[in-house]
Design a protein around this ligand. Structure first.
Ligand SMILES: C[S@@+](CC[C@H](N)C(=O)[O-])C[C@H]1O[C@@H](n2cnc3c(N)ncnc32)[C@H](O)[C@@H]1O
Length: 397
């Protein structure tokens, strides 16, 4: 590995510098306090990144003779979080978040191909940065190919995006970088920060976890004239102007997908990629917007998306009693007050169920007081409020 002086950010951007409580404990991230198995969307996101980050790095590392310089690669996590998610199923009680997955990927790729994979973890919250600093010590302190150049950057992503991009291009040599952008809503990811990546030939590739439902809400569900100034400013920031308005022209129904595809098309410098729906949970609708410069990346991402979607899929097997009730409740939380056909609900992918399983769950949802299931018409009328079954209404000692 040869030495290139990477990262010219000011030293004040690094590390945590945040509070640790009186007992010396770190402040936990919300992801740590909830169980990932109860959040299908988060589980799906982690599964996709767990698969695609090493896949991406392997493709580039083995693309020798193609003119690609794979001696240095970059994994950039722009909204890195606390590095850990709580887990019911994992024997450790927790699973790695995207930040730790990036570090693991870097080490694995360095061991396998002998190149250097740099990891940049950006988060604006000093507490989470302190946690990330601690979690990444073993990667920074290791020897040989196990040693990972990982930096925690305590800053707003938009303020450091350009500097990170410059870092992937030292002395005019463009190295490949995979950017994962996973903000809570869609704030903090203005178009002006991403547009420079669009302009670069062949260097960066992006995965944006796009908050489709959140953006739709900002749009006042289509009543453009009634959108308040703050939401409008936010949408203009995200789309880099009023491109989002086009989603509502000539449309009578809510433009579920138009807001995503218009966003995707704002990046013509990424001719490949696409928008892929994440599994839904708690009524949230999100898409991975994948922005790639080459066809190969599009194919690889699609493969990993399909595989990640199938993970945990219960297709073909019969659900046990608890699972039926658990899925019934999950559907109720996603669809309350709506009247939906079986096909609508299957397409919404709130749960990874095949149609037969979905029918079983809908019958259970009816029994559990969440709605009325019409088996002949295959239509469910979801209640706004659950009709509590009697056993819950009785008071036992
Ligand atoms: C959804 S969490 C990230 C979770 C992480 N990707 C994972 O799955 O393990 C979003 C994180 O972005 C951080 N954040 C919010 N606004 C930010 C901004 N403008 N710049 C950088 N980080 C930001 C929050 O502190 C939070 O930790």
């Amino acid at each position: 590995m040869y030495a290139i002086q990477f990262l010219q950010l000011d030293a004040t951007h690094f590390g945590g510098g945040a509070s640790i409580n009186a007992e010396g404990a770190l402040h936990s991230h919300p992801d740590q306090r909830r169980l990932v198995e109860d959040h299908q969307q988060t589980e799906h996101k982690l599964e996709l990144y767990r698969r695609y980050a090493p896949h991406w790095a392997s493709i580039i590392s083995t693309a020798r003779g193609s003119g690609i310089n794979s001696s240095h690669l970059f994994l950039i996590d722009g909204f890195a979080g606390g590095g850990i998610h709580g887990s019911r199923d994992h024997p450790d009680g927790m699973k790695p978040g995207t930040a730790m997955l990036a570090c693991r990927t870097a080490r694995e790729i360095q061991r396998r191909y002998g190149n250097q994979v740099h990891v940049r973890l950006v988060d604006c919250n000093p507490d989470y940065c302190t946690t990330l600093e601690r979690l990444t010590v073993p990667f920074r302190d290791a020897e040989g190919h196990d040693r990972v150049d990982v930096r925690v950057i305590r800053h707003e992503f938009a303020d450091v995006a350009l500097q990170l991009l410059a870092e992937t291009e030292p002395h005019g040599r463009q190295f490949r970088s995979l950017w994962f952008l996973d903000p809570y809503g869609s704030a903090g990811m203005p178009y002006t920060a991403l547009y420079p990546l669009d302009r670069v030939r062949n260097g960066p590739e992006l995965i944006v976890n796009f908050d489709t439902a959140g953006v739709r809400r900002q749009c006042g569900n289509g009543h453009v004239a009634s959108i308040d100034a703050e939401h409008k400013r936010h949408l203009d920031d995200l789309y880099g102007g009023e491109a989002w308005v086009a989603a509502f022209i000539g449309v009578t129904a809510e433009p579920r997908d138009a807001l995503v595809s218009i966003y995707r098309n704002r990046f013509p410098g990424f001719p490949y990629g696409g928008a892929y729906q994440l599994r839904q949970s708690e009524g949230q609708l999100r898409h991975f917007v994948h922005l790639a410069k080459v066809q190969r990346a599009q194919t690889a991402f699609k493969e990993d998306y399909d595989a990640s979607f199938r993970t945990g899929l219960l297709a073909g097997r019969s659900l046990n009693d608890v699972e039926r009730s658990r899925f019934a409740r999950r559907l109720f939380e996603a669809f309350r007050s709506e009247v939906l056909t079986l096909e609508d609900m299957h397409a919404a992918r709130v749960a990874a169920l095949d149609r037969g399983q979905l029918m079983t769950v809908l019958r259970r949802a009816d029994q559990d007081g969440y709605g009325t299931w019409d088996e002949m018409a295959r239509v469910m009328r979801w209640r706004a409020v659950r009709l509590e079954p009697p056993e819950l209404l009785l008071n036992f000692e």
